[in-house]
Design a protein around this ligand. Structure first.
Ligand SMILES: Nc1nc2c(ncn2[C@@H]2O[C@H](COP(=O)(O)OP(=O)(O)O)[C@@H](O)[C@H]2O)c(=O)[nH]1
Ligand SMILES: [Mg+2]
Length: 398
């Protein structure tokens, strides 16, 4: 699964990315610092099932700390997008193309309003971040529309009979931006375009379809960033009021990065997502001052830096994924002795058979039955899995 980090220049994307992945990237207060997208691993938190089996797990990927499994996800830090990016402004086309593979987007917004829509510094509180939310989402929707338009004359000339042919044709054409048959069907249904011939679609209908498909295939979570700056508080309130249906999470990438760096160097004990840290060593004056500010302006006020919260909500709320642990009734370890080695992220509604295919094509093809290991209960291929299920697949080897 891939998560795209988007936003205008200097909103704090690279800082957020670095805080989430602990990978060093170019961070600077001028536009176009990031050109090639940075890719790295972040983590989402899942309450580990090991305690329910009275064992200690040892994950093959990610890690488990104090009963919380940190499951890896791929993050992509894309270069800053400016208004008219979809027309190529500021290399916008190339940057938007870096988002093709993303399943979901985190929009990092400078909630403090210290930078204008091009990312130039204007002094805290002098730019309205509501405008950034509006322009960026519009750019992404227009990018979708552009891809639809590009294929339109060809598409509308192909004779299609029936809904299924229409869905299949659109899915083939739009697969590059995450259009699959399920997404396309849902978008057509929501826009009441299922029964309309492509050649009869109006420009408004194309735009509505592009927006709807984007919302389904790349939902956006808003990271209201730079909450450590005082002007952000009032802006956060206004953004939440204005966009009541959007997921808006306060955060400070800067604070998270400072805490993680201090922890890495052994000065403090800090766990991602936590509301506090503990001093382990004497700090110098500068460090003392910085961490005091992080404590007062961020942790005490918002209960965490918000970065971990953004990642968790992106995957489990906006995308609606669930986490499944492969397990066995007789033993919980793999052949190398790793106990509960994996935790697999899958869309809500995934069945036991979907899970089998996800683990290995052979397991899907040779599927016989599955077992809910916590309950020691047999389940069939169509059984819908629940978050934190531990599942054994019984299959016939080819
Ligand atoms: N105060 C504050 N500054 C931040 C925060 N996140 C990023 N910045 C600063 O904003 C500027 C741009 O950050 P950067 O991550 O390079 O932005 P990008 O262009 O969106 O990748 C840098 O000076 C960062 O130190 C934050 O949470 N709080
Ligand atoms: Mg950057």
């Amino acid at each position: 699964m891939q998560v795209g980090v988007v936003g205008k220049p200097s909103s704090g994307k690279s800082t957020f990315f670095a805080a989430a992945t602990m990978i060093e990237v170019g961070i600077a207060n001028y536009p176009f610092t990031t050109i090639e997208p940075n890719k790295g691993t972040g983590f989402v938190r899942v309450d580990c099932v090991d305690k329910e089996f009275d064992v200690q797990c040892n994950p093959r990927h990610g890690y488990c700390k104090n009963g919380t499994r940190h499951v890896p996800i791929e993050l992509v830090d894309v270069a800053g997008l400016v208004p008219d990016a979809h027309l190529g402004k500021g290399k916008g086309n190339a940057f938007l193309d870096d988002l093709r593979q993303a399943n979901v987007l985190i929009h990092v917004v400078d909630a403090s309003g210290s930078t204008n829509e091009k990312g130039e510094p204007v002094g805290a509180g002098n730019h309205d971040p509501i405008k950034d939310i509006e322009f960026l989402e519009k750019e992404i929707d227009l990018w979708f529309l552009g891809i639809i338009e590009k294929n339109w004359s060809k598409l509308s000339r192909i004779p299609v009979t029936g809904k299924n042919a229409l869905i299949e044709l659109l899915a083939q054409t739009l697969s590059g931006i995450g259009g699959n048959e399920k997404n396309i069907e849902q978008a057509l249904q929501q826009t009441s375009l299922l029964d309309k011939k492509l050649s009869d679609w109006s420009s408004d209908e194309k735009m509505t379809f592009a927006t709807t498909l984007r919302e389904i295939s790349k939902p956006i979570v808003i990271a209201a960033n730079k909450m450590d700056i005082a002007s952000a508080e009032e802006n956060l309130k206004r953004m939440k009021e204005k966009f009541q249906n959007k997921t808006i999470i306060p955060c400070s990438g800067f604070a998270e990065l400072a805490l993680k760096k201090a922890a890495k160097e052994g000065f403090i004990e800090y766990e991602a997502g936590s509301s506090k840290f503990e001093k382990l060593k004497d700090l110098n004056k500068k460090q003392e001052h910085l961490l005091k500010l992080v404590g007062e302006n961020v942790l005490d006020k918002y209960r965490s830096t918000g970065v971990q919260d953004v990642l968790d909500k992106t995957v489990f709320e906006a995308l609606g994924y669930i986490a499944i642990f492969p397990a066995g009734v007789k033993k919980l370890a793999d052949s190398e002795g790793n106990v509960l080695p994996d935790c697999i992220l899958m869309p809500k509604g995934s069945t036991a058979l979907d899970f089998a295919f996800k683990l290995h094509t052979d397991m899907g093809k040779g599927f016989i039955r599955a077992i809910n290991v916590k309950k020691n209960l047999m389940i069939g291929k169509d059984h819908e899995l629940q978050h934190r299920d531990a599942i054994e697949i019984v299959f016939k080897k080819p």
